[in-house]
Design a protein around this ligand. Structure first.
Ligand code: APR
Ligand code: PHB
Length: 389
C-alpha cells in the first residue's frame, strides 16, 4: 500500500489531521492499535479552546458540537470557603466550549467513515522505517499478517505510550519531565452539574474540580494519593470528601449518585524535543503531556495539528517546505507556554506533601492576589481560553 501521510494513532490528534488533509485531497492512512469502541471508551476532559473549535469547523465536524456543547464565559475558583469568578468573556472577549473528548473523537470517526477515510484498527507492532530518509515506510500486523505502507511522511499521533517518539534516537531526542506527588480520582455520574460553570477548588484537604459533560452527566475530581486505587474509594466516601473540599454553597446542593466510571490519573508534565526527525512529525501526547489542571491536553494537540496540517498543505499544494521545516520550533513555542500554565495552575490549587506553613501562606497570597487583581485574572483567562496559534 502507498499513501502520502501515514498517521499512527486514531485518537483526536490522528483523526483530526487525517480529516483535515483528506478535505484538501491529501491521502492518509490511520493506524490504530485498538478498536474504535475501545478508543471511544476513554473518559477525557472536554474544555475546547477557540482554536480547536475552529479546526473542527474547518474539518467539517462541528455540527453536533455546535448543537450540544456548553459555552462557558468563566470559571469559579475557590480557596477554603471563599470563591471568585474568572470572567473569561469580560477579560478576553473569548469563551471556552465544553464538549467531551469522547464526543469529539466520535464525531471525527463518523466523519472519517463518511469520507471513506482509511482507518485500520487492531494494527499491531507498528514500526516506522527510514524516517530519516526520503522514502520512509511503516509496517504493522493485523490478524497475524504483516503489511507495509510506503509514504512521504509519518505523523506520530500515538500518544505518550506510542512507538513514534521512541523511533527518534536518544542521541537526537531531549526529554523534560516533572512528576507530581499526587493523582486525580475522577468519577462520572448521571447527575446534574452542581454549578453551570466549572469550580476549581483549593482546600486544606486538597484539590477538587467540579465539571460536566451535559445537563445530566457530571464529572468530578479530587486530588488523591498516588498509592490510592479506585477500589479504595466507595462512591459515598468520594461524595463526602468532595463536599468537604468545595464551598458549602455548592456542597449543600450537590446531587450525588452512583459512579458510572471511576479512575485515578497521575499528573505529569512532559515535553520531548525536537518534534520532527526527518519525515516523522510528533503531535499531541506523543510529544508532550500536561497535568489536567489547565485543561490543555487536547488543546495543545490541536495547535500541533494546526501547524503540521498547514505545513503539509504548503508542501503538497505549493511545493513550499517552510511550514514543515518550522513545525517543531513553532509547535514547541506554544507547547512550553501551555506547560507553564498547567504547571502554575497545578501549584496554585493543590496541596503538596512537603509544603511548609510559609509555603501555604504563599499559596494563599497567590490566590488572594488573583482574586483582587484584574491583571492577574487576565493572565489566567488568556492562558485558559488559549494563546494564539
Ligand atoms: N500503534 C498504533 N496506535 C497506537 C500505538 C501504536 N504503537 N500506541 C498508541 N496508539 C493509539 C492509542 O490507542 C490511541 O488511540 O494512539 C492513540 C493516541 O491517542 P491519545 O492518547 O488520545 O493522544 P492524542 O490523540 O494526542 O490526544 C490528544 O487528548 O485525550 C486527550 O489528554 C489527551 O492530551 C491528549 C489529547
Ligand atoms: C473535565 O471535565 O474532565 C476537566 C475539565 C477541566 C479540567 C480537567 C478536566 O481542567
Amino acid at each position: 500500500m502507498r499513501t502520502q501521510v501515514a498517521i499512527i494513532g486514531g485518537g483526536p490528534s490522528g483523526l483530526l489531521l487525517s480529516q483535515l488533509l483528506h478535505r484538501k485531497g491529501i491521502d492518509t492512512v490511520v493506524l490504530e492499535r485498538k478498536t474504535r469502541d475501545y478508543v471511544l471508551g476513554r473518559i477525557r476532559a472536554g474544555i475546547l479552546e477557540t482554536g480547536f473549535v475552529n479546526l473542527m469547523r474547518e474539518a467539517g465536524v462541528a455540527d453536533r458540537m455546535d448543537k450540544e456543547c456548553f459555552v462557558h464565559d468563566g470559571t469559579v475558583i475557590s480557596h477554603g470557603d471563599t470563591q471568585f469568578t474568572i470572567d473569561f468573556k469580560d477579560l478576553t472577549d473569548t469563551s471556552v466550549v465544553v464538549y467531551g473528548q469522547t464526543e469529539v473523537t466520535r464525531d471525527l470517526y463518523d466523519a472519517r467513515e463518511a469520507m471513506d477515510g482509511t482507518v485500520i484498527f487492531n494494527a499491531e507492532n507498528v514500526q516506522i522505517h527510514g524516517a530519516d530518509s526520503d522514502t520512509p515506510h511503516v509496517t504493522y500486523t493485523t490478524d497475524g499478517v504483516e503489511h507495509r505502507i510506503d509514504c512521504d511522511f509519518v505523523a506520530g499521533c500515538d500518544g505518550f505510550h506510542g512507538v513514534s517518539r521512541q523511533t527518534i534516537p536518544l542521541t537526537v531526542r531531549r526529554e523534560y519531565e516533572k512528576l507530581y506527588p499526587f493523582g486525580w480520582l475522577g468519577i462520572l455520574s448521571e447527575t446534574p452539574p452542581v454549578h453551570e460553570e466549572l469550580i476549581y477548588s483549593c482546600s486544606s484537604r486538597g484539590f477538587a474540580l467540579c465539571s460536566m459533560r451535559n445537563e445530566n452527566l457530571s464529572r468530578y475530581y479530587i486530588q488523591c494519593s498516588l498509592s490510592d486505587s479506585p477500589e479504595d474509594w466507595s462512591d459515598d466516601a468520594f461524595w463526602q470528601e468532595l463536599k468537604r473540599r468545595i464551598p458549602s454553597e455548592y456542597a449543600d446542593k450537590l446531587v450525588t449518585g452512583p459512579s458510572i466510571e471511576k479512575s485515578i490519573a497521575p499528573l505529569r508534565s512532559f515535553v520531548t524535543e525536537p518534534m520532527r526527525w526527518g519525515r516523522l512529525f510528533l503531535c499531541g501526547d506523543a510529544a508532550h503531556i500536561v497535568p489536567p489542571t489547565g485543561a490543555k491536553g487536547l488543546n495543545t494537540a490541536a495547535s500541533d495539528i494546526h501547524y503540521l496540517y498547514n505545513g503539509l498543505i504548503l508542501h503538497y499544494l505549493d511545493g513550499d517546505d517552510t511550514g514543515i521545516d518550522t513545525y517543531s520550533e513553532k509547535a514547541l513555542a506554544r507547547i512550553w507556554k501551555a506547560e507553564r500554565f498547567s504547571w502554575w495552575m497545578t501549584n496554585l490549587l493543590h496541596r503538596f506533601p512537603d509544603q511548609s506553613e510559609f509555603d501555604l501562606k504563599m499559596q494563599a497570597a497567590d490566590i488572594a492576589f488573583l482574586r483582587d487583581n484584574r491583571a492577574a485574572q487576565t493572565v489566567l483567562a488568556q492562558n485558559y481560553v488559549g494563546l494564539p496559534y
